[in-house]
Design a protein around this ligand. Structure first.
Ligand SMILES: Cc1cc2nc3c(=O)[nH]c(=O)nc-3n(C[C@H](O)[C@H](O)[C@H](O)COP(=O)(O)OP(=O)(O)OC[C@H]3O[C@@H](n4cnc5c(N)ncnc54)[C@H](O)[C@@H]3O)c2cc1C
Ligand SMILES: NC(=O)c1ccc[n+]([C@@H]2O[C@H](COP(=O)([O-])OP(=O)(O)OC[C@H]3O[C@@H](n4cnc5c(N)ncnc54)[C@H](O)[C@@H]3O)[C@@H](O)[C@H]2O)c1
Length: 481
């Protein structure tokens, strides 16, 4: 068997792996990129981008249901050509995949880009097809895939996942969405808005991974107005003629197809991680340092969805950069460096958006935490937009006023969540946030309302007579303010 040596071997050409590769390339190290499965990244091929393209079409079409209120005639006559809409989603996806490939692997020589599955023989020896790669350092960035219980695989094409949904030329008339986490909620709502009869199922009493009970209540109420949600019972599937019968507790539904969105499994099997010689947890994952991405003391680094820690794109990118940088360090005989991580930020692109930022509700100490809240109903701009639904909840340390986290369901929540995460990462207090400019009338005034409510509940020493405005200091001309 042929064996060759490189400085860095990267397993997986997704977002994490490509970012790791950039680090090796920048440092002038020799490397190989190894990718089993389709290249083009999960995000562009079957993840973020096609799902957001589908959500956009669904949201635009759904908007017709509001138009009558403004006296816009003819909205009842609007119709959707589903095959054409799906073709558009596929075209968008192809554009994003081409962009990724064009800027990464398209022009890579065959000896640098190996298109096959990799397997560890030793911590620094990898087998790929008929060859072995001896690497001074290795990055594992093998991603994840949809979880489908084995018995459900027998349902064939009627059992859809995000790997197959965006390939369809037409949509089924009815569908059961099993699993109402991020994927199930985003796509369940979109499919409903595209005209499919949708029933949603989750074994939990929460949806979209929400932890704050008030936000969960609002989300269930809002989403439940669009399609039926059956919560609190695991769903099972049986054959029913040409269709499928889904059962959860007492409820049964006969549907043409099922979207299985019950989570994703890290691609750990087949990697031969037992050859690393370090303990593996129940999932088969070795312990690693989330600031250096190093596995134990080995010259092996791990990044992206394969860790299942923060399975979102910008974190996969960061982890790939850290792992790649430290693989270069290890290959140069230097110690790995530890990097700060960003404030956690999760956005579910359902309408309204559901977002979580910073510390989660279930990790808060009720004794020392204050919670500010605003319901979207009276918020001026939201009312004008016809989207005054939802609730924002912001958490802060009672005695210091430092903002800790937030959870919300709100229109343009994606933007509010960014403001919050940037402020939390800056270590800002409620008062400091309230001293930032808020224009009128904007959705950000809802956040201002939640912060005002929170401010009233704090036990902090007040810095000046006006919450919203700091006093001018000695020698401060105020010219820049
Ligand atoms: C439907 C959906 C929607 C999403 N929407 C969003 C969103 O809106 N925003 C967001 O931030 N995130 C979103 N995500 C999550 C985001 O797509 C992922 O966090 C990100 O793509 C993970 O990148 P990665 O590099 O870890 O994995 P991947 O891109 O999956 O790359 C891993 C690669 O490794 C390969 N591989 C596996 N095993 C081996 C092996 N043994 N040898 C060699 N190669 C191997 C795989 O084939 C794959 O090509 C979404 C995900 C899905 C599924
Ligand atoms: N907007 C985004 O950032 C975005 C969008 C899509 C996906 N993603 C990423 O993809 C990952 C995977 O998403 P996901 O939605 O597949 O997983 P998830 O873990 O978020 O949700 C899975 C849900 O399925 C439920 N479930 C499991 N088995 C069940 C059964 N038999 N019957 C009923 N319910 C069952 C679980 O209770 C859970 O609520 C997410 O963690 C997320 O990071 C992100």
């Amino acid at each position: 068997m042929q064996e060759r040596s490189v400085d860095v071997a990267i397993i997986g050409a997704g977002t994490a792996g490509l970012n790791a590769m950039s680090q090796a390339r920048k440092a002038g190290k020799s490397f190989v990129l190894i990718n089993g499965g389709e290249p083009g990244t999960t995000c562009a091929r079957v993840g973020c981008m096609p799902s957001k393209a589908m959500i956009q079409v669904a949201e635009d079409y759904h908007r017709r249901t509001h138009l009558g209120r403004y006296g816009i005639d003819g909205h009842e006559g609007l119709s959707l050509d589903v095959p054409e809409a799906l073709e558009h989603v596929q075209e968008m996806r192809d554009t994003f995949v081409d962009r990724v490939l064009g800027s990464s692997t398209d022009d890579m020589p065959e000896e640098l880009f190996l298109q096959d599955y990799a397997r560890f023989i030793e911590p620094t020896l990898i087998e790929v097809g008929e060859q072995r790669i001896r690497a001074a350092a290795v990055v594992i960035a093998a991603g994840s895939r949809p979880l489908v219980p084995e018995p459900w695989q027998a349902f064939g094409e009627r059992l859809l996942t995000t790997d197959t949904l965006f390939e369809l030329e037409d949509l089924p008339s009815s569908i059961a969405v099993i699993g109402l986490g991020t994927i199930g909620l985003e796509l369940g709502q979109s499919l409903h808005r595209l005209g499919v009869a949708v029933e949603g199922f989750d074994q939990l009493e929460t949806i979209a991974g929400i932890r704050d009970p008030e936000v969960n209540r609002a989300a269930i109420e809002l989403m439940g107005k669009e399609f039926a949600l059956h919560l609190g019972q695991a769903a099972t599937i049986e054959e029913d003629g040409d269709g499928l019968r889904v059962q959860a507790g007492e409820h049964q539904a006969r549907v043409d197809a099922v979207l299985c969105s019950i989570g994703r499994v890290p691609n750990l099997d087949g990697l031969g991680l037992e050859q690393l010689g370090v303990p593996l947890d129940a999932r088969g994952l070795p312990a690693f340092d989330r600031h250096s991405m190093q596995v134990g003391e080995l010259p092996v680094f791990i990044a992206g969805d394969v860790t299942a820690e923060r399975p979102v794109l910008h974190e996969a990118g960061d982890e790939g950069r850290i792992a790649g940088f430290n693989a270069v360090q290890a290959a140069s005989g230097a110690e790995p460096l530890r990097f700060q991580r960003r404030t956690p930020l999760f956005i579910n692109f359902s309408d309204p958006n559901i977002c979580a930022v910073g510390a989660r509700f279930d990790a808060l100490d009720p004794e020392t935490t204050a919670i500010g809240e605003i319901k979207m109903a009276p918020v001026g701009r939201a009312l004008i937009m016809g989207r005054n639904r939802g609730v924002i909840r912001v958490y802060a340390a009672k005695r210091t006023g430092r903002v800790l986290g937030a959870e919300l369901i709100a229109p343009r929540g994606e933007n509010l969540a960014h403001l919050l995460s940037w402020s939390i990462q800056q270590g800002m207090t409620v008062e400091q946030m309230l001293r930032m400019p808020f224009y009128h009338p904007v959705i950000e005034e809802a956040l201002q309302g939640a912060l005002n409510d929170l401010n009233r509940k704090l036990e902090v020493e007040r810095d000046g007579p006006l919450t919203e405005l700091a006093l001018l200091g000695d020698g401060d001309s105020g010219a820049s303010r």
